[in-house]
Design a binder for this molecule. Structure first.
Ligand SMILES: Nc1nc2c(ncn2[C@@H]2O[C@H](COP(=O)(O)OP(=O)(O)O)[C@@H](O)[C@H]2O)c(=O)[nH]1
Ligand SMILES: [Mg+2]
Length: 695
């Protein structure tokens, strides 16, 4: 790699809806660059990028692959992100760490939903965007229509830099409008091409496309603008620099085109990356936080080393690999260690790896702008900032992940599986930030949450493959709660005074409802010592213990006050235990007399769908006891805001997908507890009775 410098680095994330051709384009780039002798196909499961067993089995990308291309004095880091909604987290983290985002739209299917999602992530990160219209060779491929969609849905700054020559079976090559040349390709996938003049029918379109790009470029520099308007010549280098700046500022979002499968236009794509994709220097400083203040981290090799871990992968052969983006300075792997700023821990490093799918090539030094993997770091997790001990101590803003929307309860198949569960889960969580795990203390369910059923399915098969653990899934239980609607008083008397040391406790407690969310309140209004003060804590403790399992259906009792107002005791026989038992008697009776009801969790749900599905989505909410709270238009997409009971939402990820042909996405978060309608409550209570009887 010789003496590398950040100015020669290009990193970009390939993002789109699943199936637009990202992995195939990545494969074609490796082929054109002479790094592989023959192009693999995703359908055949033999691409460099889709190397995981699950990816080959399902023929889709499920996690981001890093490919490193060395091209002349340039180094490209390509992040091939998965497009399915289930793996949106991988897409978001790739966009965050790359210096540019390439959004793909198929020349036939056009802009699809997950591409829109990627656009939102890119906007959010202020990431430079380049569009790539893929699959120009397919039947019904239409460059102009897809370009129109891109302009309409995303930005008028989408400006064609390539034009297709021909289309469908007659797609022959591309015009590079800035170079003013045409490139005609062999149809055999060999990637052989010849340079010619722009065909007559495209000269006009090429000239006006060039003008639009030049205008965007010269806007970046007053001096250039003046010379441009005066008709003075502008050198190629000046143009490259200015256009790169226009791309960084998102004033220009070049649109490229080609066919990766037939290997048409990929060479020019790579040249375009070299010339116009922003380098770390063009992209500029990265924001970080130091002692609560925002600081700017310059992509300068002379600054102290700092980096961000954005991905952790467990490879069956290599073990753990932590993927980092270096933001400043440089570091050599020779006897070096890396300092985890968040954890305050120093870890030795053995090597840095320039990754190409599953293969890594050891490299001694890394510099600002590099994206590499480090083997066997123990404490480093996704989102951790790295530095060297005594060096930089800023932390990069956290990587945002969409929150999990689909949960299942997991149950180990055997005792042996159960023993392995903890370890397997924690290693799996390290690797996959779109995943969450918790034990619900109320229902005792082991809840595994992810982005959808496909996601969970893949996680479970991976756990089986890697850790030999077999898990079954079932629908989680709803964490219902119980509360009361009116005030009731109940006496509880526990008395056992036959022979030996007796037991005696007697309490009268008043139970009254509190507002929703208030929890539990204990009031001691005993007068005249009718319950001696040393026993009162036992009464409160008893209540706190018993309220975990309410008398109505065994769920926690919430939002009530218990006022201990009367009782009696026995000089010898009273004890803490007797008062606790008396409290239990009072509690069960008092709650049942206070008009108890069941509460269920209500979720806030935000669904994003294309216009045409809005009616279906809203109608569906009615059928699941939901309330639509409002709607907002976001371009061609509608955001429906609603509330619905959790009990009705467990399978929503699957239902929404089939209702919208995969074009809808949603987010869900807990809002509040509400009374369960009585017909449903009756069923829950009956089910609980039956369970109790069986025990
Ligand atoms: N005709 C044609 N098919 C393509 C092209 N690029 C990709 N494909 C096919 O489209 C499908 C999805 O491609 P893939 O690269 O896996 O898409 P990804 O999900 O975006 O990574 C595969 O069957 C590819 O063979 C192309 O340029 N032309
Ligand atoms: Mg892919």
């Amino acid at each position: 790699m010789g003496s590398r410098q950040p100015g020669n680095t290009r990193s970009f994330a390939l993002c789109s809806h699943g199936g637009a051709g990202k992995t195939t384009l990545a494969e074609a780039m490796l082929f054109c660059n002479g790094q592989i002798g023959r192009m693999g196909k995703t359908d055949a499961g033999n691409t460099v990028s889709d190397f995981q067993t699950e990816e080959q089995k399902r023929q889709i990308s499920i996690s981001t692959s890093l490919l490193t291309l060395e091209r002349g004095d340039k180094t490209f880091f390509v992040l091939d992100a998965p497009g399915f909604a289930d793996f949106a987290g991988e897409m978001s983290s790739s966009i965050r760490v790359a210096d540019a985002t390439v959004l793909l739209a198929c020349a036939v299917s056009g802009v699809e939903v997950q591409t829109g999602r990627a656009w939102e992530f890119a906007e959010h990160n202020n990431a430079p965007v380049v569009f790539y219209i893929s699959k120009m060779d397919r039947e019904n491929a239409n460059f102009a229509r897809v370009l129109g969609d891109i302009k309409e849905q995303f930005s008028e700054n989408a400006l064609p830099a390539f034009l297709p020559i021909g289309a469908e079976a007659n797609f022959q090559g591309i015009v590079d409008v800035l170079k003013g040349k045409a490139y005609l390709y062999e149809k055999d996938g060999s990637g052989k091409f010849s340079e010619t003049d722009i065909p007559a029918d495209l000269t006009e379109a090429a000239a006006s496309a060039k003008e639009a790009l030049l205008e965007a470029a010269v806007e970046m520099d007053d001096d250039l603008m003046e010379r441009y308007l005066e008709g003075e010549p502008i050198s190629e280098d000046e143009l490259k620099r200015a256009l790169r700046l226009a791309i960084v500022k998102r004033r220009a979002m070049p649109v490229l085109v080609g066919s990766a499968l037939l290997n048409i236009g990929v060479h020019q794509f790579l040249d375009f990356v070299t010339d116009f994709f922003p380098s770390p220097l063009d992209r500029g400083a990265e924001k970080a936080i130091l002692d609560g203040e925002e600081v700017l981290v310059k992509p300068d090799v002379d600054e102290p080393f700092s980096a961000l871990c954005f991905k952790v992968m467990v490879d069956p052969y290599v073990g753990k690999l932590s993927f980092i983006r270096v933001y400043s300075g440089s570091l050599s792997s020779d006897g070096s260690s890396i300092y985890n700023v968040k954890k305050g821990e120093d870890e030795r490093i053995s090597s840095f790896k320039l990754m190409c799918g599953k293969d890594g090539k050891d490299v001694k030094d890394v510099i600002a702008g590099d994206i590499v993997a480090i083997p066997k770091l123990q404490s480093t997790k996704v989102g951790h900032s790295l530095a060297t001990k005594g060096g930089a101590s800023h932390q990069f803003a956290r990587i945002e992940y969409p929150s999990p929307v689909y949960s299942v309860a997991i149950v180990a198949k055997t005792r042996a599986d159960e023993d392995k569960l903890g370890n397997a889960i924690s290693r799996t969580l390290d690797e996959d930030r779109g995943l969450a795990f918790e034990k619900n203390p109320e229902t005792n369910d082991n809840l595994l949450s992810g982005m959808g059923d496909l996601h969970i399915d893949i996680v479970l098969s991976r756990m089986k493959e890697r850790y030999g653990i077999e898990l079954e899934t079932r629908t989680p239980q709803v964490p219902y709660r119980e509360t009361i609607r009116k005030t009731a008083e109940a006496q509880g008397r526990h008395k056992k005074q036959s022979g030996g040391h007796g037991q005696y406790g007697d309490v009268s407690i008043r139970y009254s409802p509190l507002e929703r969310g208030a929890g539990f309140e204990f009031v001691d209004s005993i007068k005249g010592g009718v319950v001696p003060s040393n026993f009162i804590p036992a009464v409160e403790k008893g209540l706190r213990e018993y309220m975990v399992q309410g008398p109505l259906a065994g769920f926690p009792v919430v939002d009530f006050r218990a006022e201990l107002f009367f009782g009696s005791y026995h000089e010898v026989d009273s004890s803490e235990m007797s008062f606790k038992l008396a409290t239990r008697l009072s509690f069960r009776k008092g709650i049942m007399d206070a008009s108890p009801i069941l509460l269920e969790p209500i979720m806030n749900v935000e669904v994003t769908v294309p216009d045409q599905y809005m009616g279906d989505v809203m109608g569906d909410f009615n059928s699941r006891r939901g309330r639509v709270m409002g709607m907002e238009a976001h371009g061609k997409l509608q955001v429906v805001k609603a509330q619905a009971p959790l009990a009705e939402m467990f399978r929503y990820a699957i239902i929404l997908r089939s209702m919208t042909s995969g074009q809808g996405s949603f987010q869900m978060s807990y809002s509040h507890y509400e009374e369960v309608p009585s017909d449903i409550a009756q069923k829950v209570i009956a089910a609980h009775k039956q369970e109790e009887d069986e025990e």
